[in-house]
Design a protein. Structure first.
Lengths: 342, 457, 344
C-alpha cells in the first residue's frame, strides 16, 4: 500500500510544485473521494475555507455533512469526532492550532488513545487530529508551543509531523487510512513552503524516517520545522568540510529507531534539533535510544538543540533567541566533532 | 599537588595486593605509565603503574607489605613538596591501614569542572536550551590523567582520599576501537573536553605488543577471530519453570552446584598416529592435550547446551567457544583461556597453550588471559591418573577431566587387541546440562577423537 | 403512555405483552440488585480491586431506559455502569469476570469496573472521567445521522457531570446539529459527597435543555414504567425527527459513591436513605405486579432463587476464569496491523 514519492527527481514531468497547504488539501480531497466515511470537522473549516485555507473548496465538493463547521468548543467536537470514530467513521478533526487542543486533550488522551485497550480490543478509534503546531512569528506565549512530546508520551497515539509538501500529502493520506488515532502536527510557517509533489495517488508510510541529506561526519536528527534548520546548517557545514547527514523523523511515534541507529553508528556523532522545550523532549528520547543501543559507537555525547526553556516572548529579538536555529545547530555539531567551539 | 598512588584492583577478584618489589625509589622521577612496583595479586604478579607524573616522594608501604585495594601505597608530587598524610615509610606494612585521614581534599574550584558537570542537575531549569550556547569546555585540564572522579563513585569512609588519576577518559567509540586494535589507552593524550580520548586521538597509534604467542614463522597469518555464528558472542535464555525447578531441587540435593559425572573411554589409536605424523613434520610439537582441546572446542560448537554459563536467573549460551585449560603452578592452579578455540588451527592452539602455560607458571598472566572461559579441561594424564573428576569452575557449566592414555586390551573388529585408550570424565552442572545433553556432547567428542580427520573437516 | 399501563395494572387488567415486560423488568432489576450486592461482598474480600461504584437503588433507571432502545442503538455511560451493562444484555458472567479482572471479562480484564464494553451489543463503554463520555454519545448520534440510519444514541451521566464543560459544549452542538441523541442525567442527588444544591446554580437541571434548544423532561426514576414511557418519547423524537432530548431522571443510590465512601453519615442522613428505600424501585414494580395479580410471594421467591443461581454462577465463573495471559499487556494498544507504537 505504501509507495514513496520519488524525491529529488527534479524537473520530472509527473511532479507539480505546490505548497504544503495545498498538498494537505489534496490529501484531504483524495481521501474523502476515496472513502465516504472520511469527513472533516473543526472551526472555520467549511464556509471560511479553513483558518489557514487547507480545506479550501472542500465544502463545495463534499457538502456540509462532510465538511463540518463547529462552534469554538474543542473538547466537545474532539469528543464527537472520537465517538463517531468508535463506531466506524474516519474523522479528520482540525484544531485551528494545537495550542487550543489543550482544551480537548482529555478526549485525545483519555478517550481516543485508550478506548481500544480499555475495551479489550473491541472498539477502535481511526481518527486524525490535525492542525499547526509550534511557533509562528511574534504570537507570544500562548500561541507558540510545540506539543509533540506531550502526545508522543501516550501509548495508543501516533504522532506525525511532515516537513515538506510531498511528505505532508503522503503522510496525511496514511494517517487517515490508519486504524489508530493519529496526532498530525503541521506548521503555520510551513504552509507556504513550496515543493515538488508527485501527481496522483501515493502514500508515505508512518514510522519511517527520511534521509533528507546524506553525510558521513555527523547525524542531525530533526523533524517538522527543524528540518529546514538542519539542512541550512548542513549546507554551511559542508562549506567547512563537514558532511552532516540530516534525518527527518517524519513520524515521532512510532519512532524509526533503525534509521537513527544505522546513521549514528556510521557517523559516531549525533545532534538532535527540535522546536520544543528541552525538558523531556523528543531529543531526550532519541538520546536515550542512541546511548542505550549503540553506546560503543559514540565518539561524543549526543547534543540537543531545542527551543529555550521559557514561555515564548513576544519581542522579536527575544523570540529569535528562543528558537532553535542553524547557528545553534552548527555550534552543537562542532562540539560533537570536537572542532573549535563557537 | 601531591597525588596518592593507591593499590589498584589488578584482577577481577583481587581484594588486596602484596608489594613484591618497588621499581621506583623515593626521589625518582616518574612519568605516567611508568612501572612503580610489582604487585602480587591473588592470581599473578602484576605491574602497578603511575597514573600521574612527577617525583616519587614517598613509599607509604615497604616492599613485602600487603595492602587492601584502594589504600595508598605511595605519593607522587613536585620535588620538595611537603608530604601530608602518608604513614612513615618504615611503618610495618602488613597492617597498612589507610593513613591517618588527611584533611579532605578541598572541593575542586568550579572553574576546573568540565562544563558538563556544571550543567548537571539543572536540565529542568531555565537556560538549558541549545546546550551549544553554554560555554564550550576548552581544555581547562591537563590532557593526561584527570584527577576527579564522578561523584557516585566516590568511596565511602574506608578510603579517605579518592584514588587519584585512576581513570582514563575516553569516548565509548575510542574504547571500542582500542579494544579492537589492541591499543592501550593509558597514556594517550586526549584532545576532547577534560582530556577525553576520542576517535581521532587514536589515528596512527601502534598496536600494543600482543600478549598471545607469536605464531611460528611458517605459520599462516592468523585470521582475525570474529564472533561467530549469529554474530552475537552469546545468547541469554531466561529460565523456564522446569529449568528453575531442576536447578533448585538438584542444588538442594548436592550443594551449590548440583554436579553429575559422565565417563567415556575413547580409543586414541588414530589420534596417536596423527600426532606422531604431525610432530614428524618438524614444525612444532602438538600434544594430546592440544588435540583434545581442539576436539572439545569443535564438539562444543555442535553442542551449545554444554557451552554455557549458569547466571542464577538465566542461562548464557555462548556462541563463541573459549576453552579454559587448567595449569598446575606451584601456588595452586590457574586456568588460562584459549579464545575462539573452535576457530584456531591445531598449530595455533599448540603454540598458544604452550605459551600460556609457560607464563602461567611464571605468574605473568593478565586477568583477561585467565577469565572468560566457556568450558574447561583439566588433564592429569601426565601424572598417571587413570580417570578422575574435576570441579566445575563457575559460572561454567562443565569441565572435562582427562586421564592418562593407557594400553588396554579391548575387543576390536571381533578380536581382542591391545589399543591405546583414554578415559575422560565430564562434570556437568545439572542446572544447565541434563544427562542426555552431556552424553551427546561426549559422544561427539569421542567420535572426533576416534576419527581425528573430523578435526579438520 | 405510562399512565395507561399503570392504570391497567392497578385495575388488574394488563395485556399479556405488558405482563411479560413486567416480569422481564422485575427479573433484570433483581439481578442488578443481587449482582451489585455480591460485587460489594467480593470487593470487601479483595476479589475486586480499584474503584467500584454500585448501582443499588437506581435499577429502574437502567432497565426502563434501555427497554426503550433497539439493539442497533448506541449506549454509553460513566463509571457506575454495571447495572446498565446487565440491563443492556451483557451476561452476569462477563461483567463479574471483568470486575475480577479475568480474561473472560467483557473487556478481557483490561478495563475493570469502570470500563465495561460490549461492541456487539453497542454498549460503548463505561468511561472514567466525569463527563468525558457525553461528547462520545453525541459522536455516535453524529455517525448515525451522517450515515442516514435511524439509530439513536443514549448517554448516561450523573447530575454532577452536568456542570462540566463537556456537557455544555456537547449539548450545544447536539441542539445545533439536531443529533438523534438522548442525554440522560442520572440525578441521584450527589456528586460524590457534594449535593446538587451545593454544586448547581439552578436546582432543576432540566431547565438547561432550553439553552440548547432541545426538549427537557423530568422523570421519576424509581418507577420503571414512567422511565420507559418517557424514554420512548425521547427515542421517538430522536429516531423520527432527529431531535435530541435532555432527560433528568431523579433517582437515589443507597450506597456510597464508591466502596470507600460510607452509605450515610458524612453528607447525608440515615433517615434520608431510609426515606428513599421506602420507594425502592423493585418494591414499586413488585407491588404493581401484585396488584395486577401477576406476582405472589411464591413468584417473587422463584425470581430471587433464579437470580441467586445466576449471580452465584457468575461469581464461580469469575473465580475460576484465568487471568489474562502476560502477553495481553502489550496487545490492543494500536490497531492490529501495527502493535508497535513506541519505537519501531
Amino acid at each position: 500500500m505504501c509507495m514513496r514519492p520519488p524525491r529529488r527527481t527534479e524537473g520530472s514531468a509527473d511532479m507539480a510544485v505546490i505548497t504544503y497547504r495545498d498538498a494537505l488539501g489534496q490529501a484531504l480531497r483524495e481521501e474523502m473521494q476515496r472513502d465516504p466515511d472520511v469527513y472533516l470537522m473543526g472551526e472555520e473549516v467549511a464556509e471560511y475555507n479553513g483558518a489557514y485555507k487547507v480545506s479550501r473548496g472542500l465544502l463545495d465538493e463534499f457538502g456540509p455533512m462532510r465538511v463540518v463547521d463547529t462552534p469554538i468548543a474543542e473538547l466537545g467536537f474532539a469528543g464527537i469526532g472520537v465517538g463517531s470514530a468508535m463506531v466506524g467513521l474516519r474523522p479528520v478533526v482540525e484544531m485551528m492550532t494545537w495550542n487550543f487542543a489543550l482544551l480537548a486533550i482529555d478526549q485525545i488522551v483519555n478517550a481516543a488513545a485508550k478506548v481500544r485497550y480499555m475495551s479489550g480490543g473491541q472498539v477502535g478509534c481511526p481518527i486524525v487530529f490535525r492542525g499547526p503546531g509550534g511557533a509562528a512569528l511574534q504570537l507570544a506565549a500562548q500561541h507558540s508551543q510545540a506539543f509533540e512530546s506531550w502526545y508522543a508520551h501516550v501509548p495508543g497515539l501516533k504522532v506525525v509531523m511532515p516537513a515538506t509538501p510531498a511528505d505532508a500529502k503522503g503522510l496525511l493520506k496514511s494517517a487517515i487510512r490508519d486504524d489508530s488515532p493519529v496526532v498530525f502536527i503541521e506548521g503555520e510557517m510551513l504552509y507556504n513552503m513550496k515543493g515538488e509533489v508527485p501527481d496522483g495517488e501515493y502514500t508515505t508510510p508512518l514510522g519511517v524516517a527520511d534521509v533528507k541529506r546524506p553525510g558521513r561526519d555527523v547525524t542531525i536528527i530533526c523533524h517538522s520545522k527543524t528540518v529546514a534548520v538542519a539542512l541550512k546548517a548542513a549546507e554551511q557545514l559542508a562549506g567547512e568540510g563537514v558532511e552532516a547527514e540530516v534525518i527527518d523523523l517524519r513520524t515521532i511515534r512510532p519512532l524509526d529507531t533503525e534509521a537513527i541507529l544505522s546513521s549514528v553508528a556510521r557517523t559516531h556523532r549525533c545532534v538532535v534539533a527540535e522546536e520544543g522545550w528541552p525538558f523531556a523532549g523528543i531529543g531526550a528520547q532519541v538520546v536515550d535510544l542512541v546511548q542505550r543501543e549503540i553506546f560503543d559507537e559514540l565518539d561524543a555525547p549526543v547534543l540537543r538543540v531545542t527551543g529555550a526553556d521559557v514561555p515564548m516572548p513576544y519581542n522579536k529579538g527575544l523570540e529569535k533567541a528562543a528558537k532553535a536555529d542553524p547557528a545553534k545547530t552548527i555550534a552543537a555539531v562542532k562540539r560533537v566533532l570536537y572542532a573549535e567551539a563557537s | 599537588m601531591a597525588t596518592k598512588v593507591v593499590m589498584e584492583a589488578l584482577s577481577p577478584t583481587m581484594e588486596e595486593g602484596r608489594v613484591v618489589e618497588w621499581k621506583k625509589q623515593e626521589g625518582d622521577t616518574v612519568a605516567v605509565g611508568d612501572v612503580l612496583a610489582d604487585v602480587e595479586t591473588d592470581k599473578a604478579v602484576m605491574e602497578l603503574v603511575a597514573r600521574a607524573g612527577g617525583t616519587l616522594l614517598k613509599h607509604i608501604v615497604a616492599a613485602g607489605a600487603t595492602v587492601p585495594v584502594s589504600d595508598p601505597v605511595a605519593i607522587i608530587g613536585e620535588p620538595g613538596e611537603a608530604v601530608d598524610g602518608g604513614a612513615p615509610a618504615e611503618k610495618p606494612a602488613a597492617d597498612a591501614k589507610p593513613a591517618p585521614a588527611p584533611p579532605a581534599p578541598p572541593a575542586e574550584p568550579p572553574s576546573e569542572q568540565p562544563a558538563g558537570a556544571k550543567r548537571a542537575g539543572r536540565e529542568g531549569e531555565t537556560g538549558a536550551s541549545a546546550s551549544p550556547g553554554a560555554p564550550a569546555p576548552t581544555a581547562e585540564q591537563p590532557a593526561a590523567p584527570v584527577t576527579e572522579r564522578p561523584a557516585p563513585a566516590a568511596p565511602a569512609a574506608a578510603a579517605p582520599a579518592p584514588p587519584q588519576g585512576g581513570r582514563v577518559k575516553a569516548s565509548p567509540l575510542a574504547r571500542k576501537i582500542a579494544a579492537e586494535r589492541g591499543l592501550d589507552l593509558q597514556g594517550v593524550a586526549g584532545s576532547g573536553p577534560a582530556g577525553r580520548i576520542v576517535q581521532r586521538d587514536l589515528d596512527g597509534l601502534e598496536r600494543k605488543a600482543p600478549p598471545a604467542a607469536a605464531p611460528s614463522p611458517a605459520a599462516p597469518a592468523a585470521p582475525a577471530f570474529q564472533p561467530s555464528g549469529s554474530g552475537e558472542p552469546f545468547e541469554d535464555v531466561p529460565l523456564t519453570q522446569i529449568r528453575k525447578t531442576i536447578a533448585k531441587r538438584l542444588a538442594q540435593s548436592l550443594g551449590p552446584i548440583p554436579t553429575f559425572y559422565l565417563t567415556s573411554e575413547i580409543d586414541m589409536e588414530r589420534v596417536a598416529d596423527a600426532r606422531e605424523a604431525l610432530n614428524a613434520l618438524g614444525q612444532g610439537k602438538v600434544s594430546f592435550n592440544d588435540i583434545t582441546i581442539k576436539a572439545v572446542a569443535l564438539a562444543l560448537k555442535q553442542h551449545r547446551a554444554c557451552n554455557a554459563w549458569w547466571q542464577d536467573d538465566h542461562i548464557r549460551y555462548w556462541n563463541d567457544v573459549h576453552v579454559g585449560m587448567a595449569v598446575a603452578i606451584p601456588e595452586g592452579l590457574i586456568t588460562p583461556v584459549i579464545r575462539y578455540a573452535d576457530q584456531k588451527s591445531l598449530r595455533q592452539i599448540a603454540a598458544e597453550a604452550k605459551e600460556l602455560a609457560g607464563r602461567a607458571r611464571e605468574r605473568k598472566l593478565t586477568p583477561e588471559e585467565y577469565t572468560g572461559a566457556t568450558f574447561s579441561v583439566s588433564n592429569l594424564g601426565m601424572l598417571d591418573i587413570e580417570e578422575f573428576t574435576a570441579i566445575i569452575n563457575p559460572p561454567e557449566a562443565g569441565i572435562l577431566a582427562i586421564g592418562r592414555m593407557a594400553e588396554r586390551a579391548v575387543v576390536h573388529g571381533g578380536a581382542v587387541e591391545v589399543r591405546r585408550r583414554m578415559r575422560v570424565t565430564m562434570s556437568c552442572d545439572h542446572r544447565v546440562i541434563d544427562g542426555a545433553t552431556g552424553a551427546e556432547f561426549l559422544k561427539t567428542l569421542k567420535a572426533m577423537l576416534e576419527n581425528p580427520l573430523a578435526l579438520v573437516w | 403512555m405510562a399512565g395507561t399501563a399503570t392504570e391497567a395494572a392497578r385495575n388488574g387488567a394488563v395485556s399479556d405483552a405488558t405482563a411479560d415486560q413486567y416480569r422481564l423488568w422485575l427479573r433484570q432489576m433483581v439481578l442488578i440488585r443481587r449482582f451489585e450486592e455480591k460485587a460489594g461482598e467480593a470487593y470487601s474480600l479483595g476479589k475486586i480491586g480499584g474503584f467500584c461504584h454500585l448501582y443499588i437503588g437506581q435499577e429502574a433507571l437502567a432497565v426502563g431506559t434501555l427497554a426503550a432502545l433497539r439493539d442497533d442503538d448506541y449506549v454509553v455511560s460513566a463509571y457506575r455502569e454495571h447495572g446498565q451493562a446487565l440491563a443492556r444484555g451483557l451476561s452476569a458472567r462477563s461483567v463479574m469476570a471483568e470486575l475480577y479482572g479475568k480474561a473472560t471479562g467483557c473487556s478481557k480484564g483490561k478495563g475493570g469496573s469502570m470500563h465495561l464494553f460490549d461492541a456487539s451489543l453497542h454498549f460503548m463503554g463505561g468511561h472514567g472521567i466525569v463527563g468525558g463520555q457525553i461528547p462520545l454519545g453525541a459522536g455516535f448520534a453524529f455517525a448515525a445521522k451522517y450515515r442516514g440510519t435511524d439509530q439513536v444514541s443514549l448517554t448516561y451521566f450523573g447530575e454532577a457531570a452536568a456542570n462540566i464543560g463537556a456537557f455544555h459544549e456537547t449539548l450545544n452542538m447536539a441542539g445545533l446539529w439536531r443529533l438523534p441523541a438522548i442525554f440522560v442525567i442520572e440525578n441521584n442527588g450527589y456528586g460524590m459527597g457534594t449535593s446538587l444544591r451545593r454544586a448547581s446554580a439552578i436546582p432543576n437541571l432540566v431547565e438547561r435543555a432550553a439553552s440548547y434548544n432541545m426538549p427537557g423532561v423530568v422523570v421519576d426514576g424509581q418507577d420503571v414504567d414512567k422511565v420507559k414511557a418517557a424514554t420512548d418519547e425521547a427515542v421517538e423524537r430522536a429516531r423520527r425527527e432527529s431531535t435530541p432530548t435532555l432527560m433528568e431522571i431523579r433517582t437515589y443510590r443507597y450506597v456510597g459513591h464508591s466502596m470507600s465512601d460510607a452509605a450515610h453519615g458524612t453528607y447525608r442522613t440515615k433517615d434520608e436513605v431510609e426515606e428513599y428505600r421506602a420507594r425502592d424501585p423493585i418494591t414499586v414494580l413488585a407491588q404493581r405486579m401484585r396488584d395486577a395479580g401477576l406476582l405472589d410471594d411464591e413468584g417473587m421467591e422463584a425470581i430471587e432463587a433464579d437470580v441467586r443461581a445466576e449471580v452465584e454462577d457468575a461469581v464461580k465463573f469469575a473465580e475460576e476464569s484465568p487471568d489474562p495471559a502476560p502477553e495481553e499487556l502489550w496487545t490492543d494498544v494500536y490497531a492490529p496491523a501495527a502493535q508497535d507504537g513506541g519505537e519501531r
